[in-house]
Design a protein around this ligand. Structure first.
Ligand SMILES: Cc1ncc(COP(=O)(O)O)c(C=O)c1O
Length: 371
């Protein structure tokens, strides 16, 4: 498949959130969508479903959505050797919805939720919007972190981490597990970026470390570039969570649609070759970013994901780069980070990424270094 033929003119005809709102001279590199074609396996599965039966699916009233649960368990086994229990799977429309459901049933207003900061922004708004208290676990510029002394009933672990691109090591995950055991915390492990881990790093599902205290959240939406299809999975390793959710009426949280479920199963079962190609392209792109950024910009090459966290060293860095480079990046403060920082999405074709990096380089050159 051709991942590099997309030109700026062609990209501007895309009508997703990333390109639709971009001014004609601005290159958007913000929201976590990839500018890549849909995997053939997904196109085929969705087309097949469209042409056969769009009625209520056979799994609609079964709590774990068996076809999805089995595809998930198979995937975890083959990728990570984790024996996930299909009976403990619950389908959701997206990961943030699943997180809100879990916070709703397992915590009360005022409870602390510990999470690495900078953090994926909708999680910050979920925590505060639900009246829970954010207990930050600050991620330093070198990617390391110290766990807080204060207990939290919930640890929201995003691994691999958005926006830092860290793929946490076993030792780091064991430290999180130790914290959860000491304080009796539930660990909600969002592993949506796991399949985008580069060769030298290794993703370890948190549920293999602390099975009984973990709920794993994931979706094929990031790795297979289909965020619009709305299908996610929660694996409820914690019995307390299974019991709490079991007490709720079955349809209170809705259910994903058939197309999202079919696409997810197809991506997990048959999307392997596409994913391999994408990882090669992204690996090249992350090296381009590392090699082409001016040395004044602080940057750690990510171990996973197509997101780069940059410390531009300029106040209101996102505003500066929008004005001076005509590149739209997400501002650091959105993630609870410094305003000198931005998040760059490098999942685009080589010519577009070249242009983004050229524009950033030129804008930095025009700006004198502080004395
Ligand atoms: C860490 C993380 N979790 C969850 C999501 C949301 O994914 P979805 O809306 O496909 O469930 C994203 C999207 O970028 C993400 O980066």
């Amino acid at each position: 498949m051709d991942f590099d033929s997309l030109t700026l003119d062609a990209a501007r005809t895309r009508d997703g959130i990333k390109w639709a709102h971009a001014a004609p001279d601005v290159i958007p590199a913000w929201v976590a969508d990839m500018d890549f074609p849909t995997p053939d396996a997904v196109v085929d599965a969705v087309t097949r479903r469209l042409k056969t039966d769009l009625g209520y699916p056979a799994w609609l009233d079964i709590p774990n959505c068996p076809p999805l649960a089995e595809a998930f368990a198979e995937r975890m086994e083959t990728r990570y050797g984790w024996h996930a229990d299909p009976g403990h799977v619950r389908p959701y429309t997206d990961v943030n919805q699943a997180l809100q459901v879990l916070l709703d049933v397992m915590t009360s207003p005022g409870d602390a939720v510990a999470t690495h900061v900078p953090a994926y922004d909708p999680f910050l708004t979920t925590i505060t919007g639900m009246g829970r208290r954010l207990l930050p676990i600050p991620v330093a510029a070198d990617g390391t972190f110290q766990l807080p002394a204060e207990p939290a009933p919930v640890v929201l672990l995003v691994n691999p981490h958005n926006p830092s691109g860290r793929c946490f090591t076993r030792a780091e995950l064991e430290a999180v597990a130790g914290y959860a055991e000491r304080h009796g915390s539930l660990v909600i492990a969002d592993e949506i970026h796991a399949e985008l881990t580069y060769a030298h790093a290794r993703h370890i599902p948190f549920a293999t470390i602390l099975p009984g205290r973990t709920v794993t959240l994931t979706s094929a939406s990031k790795a297979f570039n289909m965020g619009g299809l709305r299908c996610a999975v929660a694996h409820l390793g914690s019995k307390a969570v299974r019991d709490a959710l079991g007490g709720r009426p079955p349809h209170v949280y809705g259910a994903p649609g058939v197309l999202g479920v079919e696409a997810t199963i197809a991506a997990w079962r048959d999307g392997g070759p596409w994913l391999e190609e994408v990882l090669t392209v992204l690996d090249r792109n992350r090296r381009m970013v590392a090699g082409r950024l001016p040395s004044r910009i602080g940057h750690r090459t990510p171990e996973a994901t197509y997101l780069a966290w940059l410390d531009v060293g300029v106040p209101d860095a996102a505003g500066f780069l929008l004005r001076e480079a005509r590149v739209k990046l997400n501002p650091g403060p959105m993630y609870g980070g410094a305003d000198t920082c931005v998040r760059l999405n490098f999942a685009t074709s080589a010519p577009i990424l070249e242009e983004i990096l050229t524009r950033i380089g030129a804008a930095m050159e025009r700006r004198p270094t502080a004395a």
